[in-house]
Design a protein around this ligand. Structure first.
Ligand code: CMC
Length: 388
């Protein structure tokens, strides 16, 4: 009998909760102590001292770069920013009703058609494609944002960082350096998170020895859901439904009474405050005096939700704020529309997906779990004309 294949007493683990499927040196999520490390570096230290480009190098190459290595990596990233013309036509041709995540998924899945070595699969080839993907996810998402607001494509500016260039391509004007810094921080915080659902589905696709474009397309599809990456957009929607800070307690009590989930809270691994949310919270504190009344209002609601949920469910049930709670007010403060939040999560997470694929392919093993069949067997086949 194959290990784990006990047909009579199958060991079923719903949601694969608590199941280890591989070893990895990419990140460590300590859900008990609320710690997160990328390649051994604490998220707090990277958030304080690093840049998204440096974090991408760290995740993909496995170590922090020297100044020369970073310069070379950055040049390669910048050289990949352009979107192939037919992919731009796909983005601009999709109807306004499609969610931006569907447009992103479709655009990403078309990229291999415009890569002459799309199916070359040495580590070097996949490294090149990883750099191209990190770069193009930003440009594609900015182009989707332009299309959503009925404006034309803005070509990338090679003098700008990844975060600043994203804002430039989105808005068509040089970004405020502080906004670019905030976005850079958000990109770092969302870049990697172990075997979360979208990374896992990326690996499921990659484990069949399908190519990197197909695998990250699966990642985008998985990230979209409101229990995962889509929670940031859903959390903001909830804040807008709450409307005013003083409505927060009533809204949450009503929702919990109806057994609804409060978006931006709870996590499969963290049973304490998500360390990424803690870092974003310090940015949020500064937004309490922001010039926009909408940002001030959202910030006040988010902070009231945080206080109330910690008192109600934090200590009793281990439901604490997660990374998606504070994204809404922060992204709103830098002029990003809610339906671009989740695509922006993908822009952040693409280095993590690529790093995991590169690592997993070093010892690939097809991911193929079991399900225990509980239906009937040997039912007599009745021809269609005789069925009632
Ligand atoms: N609001 C209210 N109750 C909750 C919440 C929440 N956000 N999250 C979990 N619970 C309750 C849940 O109803 C259950 O209660 P009971 O034991 O009475 O049935 C209990 O807590 C345990 O929940 P669970 O479903 O077993 O927990 P899980 O590990 O499957 O859920 C989760 C993890 C993230 C899906 C869940 O917490 C959730 O739905 N949160 C809201 C969506 C969200 O913010 N997602 C972003 C996650 S972080 C970013 C990312 O990784 O994408």
């Amino acid at each position: 009998m194959i290990v784990g294949m006990d047909v009579v007493n199958p060991n079923i683990v719903p949601g694969l909760q608590g199941v280890y499927f591989t070893e990895s040196k990419i990140s460590d999520v300590d859900g008990t102590n609320g710690k997160l490390y990328y390649r051994g570096y604490s998220i707090e230290s990277l958030a304080k001292d690093s840049t998204f480009e440096e974090v991408c190098y760290l995740l993909i190459e496995g170590k922090l770069p020297t100044a020369k290595e970073l310069k070379n990596f950055d040049t390669r990233l910048k050289g990949e920013r352009e979107i192939p013309e037919p992919v731009l036509s796909i983005i601009n041709g999709m109807t306004g009703k499609a969610h931006p995540m569907d447009v992103l998924r479709t655009a990403v899945s078309a990229l291999p058609a415009y890569d002459r070595k799309a199916y070359a699969d040495s580590r070097e080839d996949n490294l090149r494609k990883s750099i191209a993907l990190v770069s193009k996810f930003g440009s594609i998402t900015a182009a989707i944002g332009r299309r959503m607001s009925g404006k034309g494509y803005v070509k990338p500016d090679p003098s700008l960082t990844h975060a600043a260039n994203f804002l430039y391509m989105l808005k068509g004007k040089a970004p405020d350096p502080n906004d670019a810094k905030i976005l850079d921080l958000m990109l770092i915080l969302h870049a990697e998170h172990s075997s979360n659902a979208s990374t896992f589905s990326t690996l499921v696709t990659g484990s069949t020895l399908s190519d990197i474009y197909a695998a990250v397309t699966a990642g985008v599809a998985t990230l979209k859901g409101p229990l995962h990456g889509g929670a940031d957009e859903a959390a903001l929607k909830m804040m807008r439904e709450i409307g005013r800070p003083e409505n927060t307690e009533r809204y949450i009590n009503d929702a919990l009474g109806k057994k609804e989930r409060i978006m931006g809270f709870g996590h499969r691994v963290y049973r304490t405050y998500d360390p990424r949310a803690r870092i974003i919270r310090s940015t949020l504190e500064k937004l309490q005096n922001h010039s926009s009344p909408e940002v001030r209002n959202l910030t006040a609601i988010a902070l009231r939700e945080e206080k109330m949920m910690i008192e109600k469910l934090g200590k009793t049930k281990g439901i604490w704020p997660n990374v998606d709670l504070f994204s809404g007010p922060v992204y709103t403060s830098i002029g990003i529309e809610p339906d671009l939040f989740t695509p922006l999560f993908a822009v952040s997470r693409i280095p993590g997906w690529c790093a995991h694929l590169l690592e997993y392919w070093e010892h690939d093993r097809l991911l193929r779990p079991l399900e225990s069949y509980t239906g009937p067997l040997d039912i007599k086949y009745v021809p269609i004309g005789k069925r009632r």
